[in-house]
Design a protein around this ligand. Structure first.
Ligand SMILES: [Zn+2]
Length: 320
């Protein structure tokens, strides 16, 4: 009986759980805006709603296109043991060693962020406002994903250790319960990143190292936390839903010593710093005089289609 209840709960929890959850992605892009210098705020502040809302477009795109999925993670433990010296950090060398197909199967997030940075820098150079905003929103998503420990692990939803659901628990349930009330997102200023590839690989390796902690401390908590109190019917977006109980969520957050808040703060700093770096590398264009200020009919239609597919279709490819 207990087992049946648990399976139903896990099933409920597993729906639409991937990538920081929409809540955290939107917050990360939103707070990143406040780290920017005044020359950039003239563009980002009036468009903060767009930057925040479209933080989740890359996840919506996973309902349209199966090649989108690998941009969001890297199962780095496939390539050996920490710090994974077997895996070349450069894309061309990695392809030579493992083939492009293999790299795509196990995820490409650290390389994809560098591609996005090149595109954003180009958009700044061309003074193309719509592209700057769209790419800023999207690179924010991928950078934030690279900070999630379970995005750097083959055991990405605890499926290999009987901990299914932990993915959404870590990146959705915990921030949704605690971020607004308890966490601090006053972070300081964006900084220029002179070696973006080193920066992002460092963050990916931190994620990989923390994945073990995320999983092992949940196992440990399960040994001492009453099993019948792990899940509860609690309010979520105005409806009562069966989910990880508040008590369990708080207990786990204490076990991992606020790791989620810490990674969210690091994501915010990284996102703002990548935006800033792209702008500096483009020669610090004046953001008060840009072209292509309004999205074309075609672009607006694309946003709408992304939204429709996400609402009505099934995800193409892996669920996180
Ligand atoms: Zn994602």
């Amino acid at each position: 009986m207990k087992k049946t209840v648990l399976s139903i709960a896990v099933l409920l929890l597993y729906q639409h759980v991937f990538c920081w959850g929409f809540f955290a992605h939107k917050k990360i892009n939103y707070y990143a805006v406040f780290l920017l210098p005044p020359e950039m705020l003239v563009l980002y502040k009036p468009n903060i709603d767009f930057i925040s809302e479209h933080a989740v477009d890359p996840d919506k795109r996973r309902y349209v296109n199966s090649s989108e999925g690998p941009h969001h993670y890297i199962d780095i433990d496939h390539y050996g043991k920490y710090p994974f010296p077997e895996l070349p950090r450069k894309w061309d060398s990695a392809i030579k060693k493992f083939s492009e197909d293999t790299l795509r199967v196990y995820g490409t997030v650290p390389w994809w962020i560098q591609t996005m940075l090149t595109r954003l820098t180009k958009a700044f150079r061309e003074k193309d406002q719509s592209r700057i905003l769209k790419l800023s929103a999207e690179i924010g998503h991928y950078i934030a994903d690279a900070h999630v420990p379970l995005h750097a692990s083959t055991n990405h939803n605890g499926q290999l250790t009987g901990q299914e659901g932990i993915h959404g628990f870590w990146e959705s349930r915990i921030p949704e319960l605690l971020a607004e009330k308890e966490w601090d997102f006053f972070i300081g200023k964006a900084e220029y990143i002179s070696t973006p590839h080193e920066f992002i690989w460092k963050r990916v390796l931190e994620s990989a190292a923390e994945a073990d902690t995320v999983l092992s401390l949940e196992k440990k908590l399960n040994e001492k936390f009453p099993a019948d109190k792990k899940f509860a019917f609690e309010e979520k977006n105005g409806t009562i839903t069966k989910q990880y109980s508040s008590a369990y969520t708080i207990a786990y957050n204490n076990e991992i010593q606020n790791m989620v808040e810490h990674r969210m703060r690091q994501s915010i700093y990284a996102v703002a710093s990548f935006w800033y770096t792209a702008w500096v590398d483009a020669g610090q264009p004046d953001l008060k005089s840009l072209s292509h200020k309004n999205f074309s009919e075609e672009e607006l239609k694309e946003f709408e289609e992304l939204d429709n597919q996400w609402k009505n279709e099934k995800i193409k490819g892996r669920e996180e």
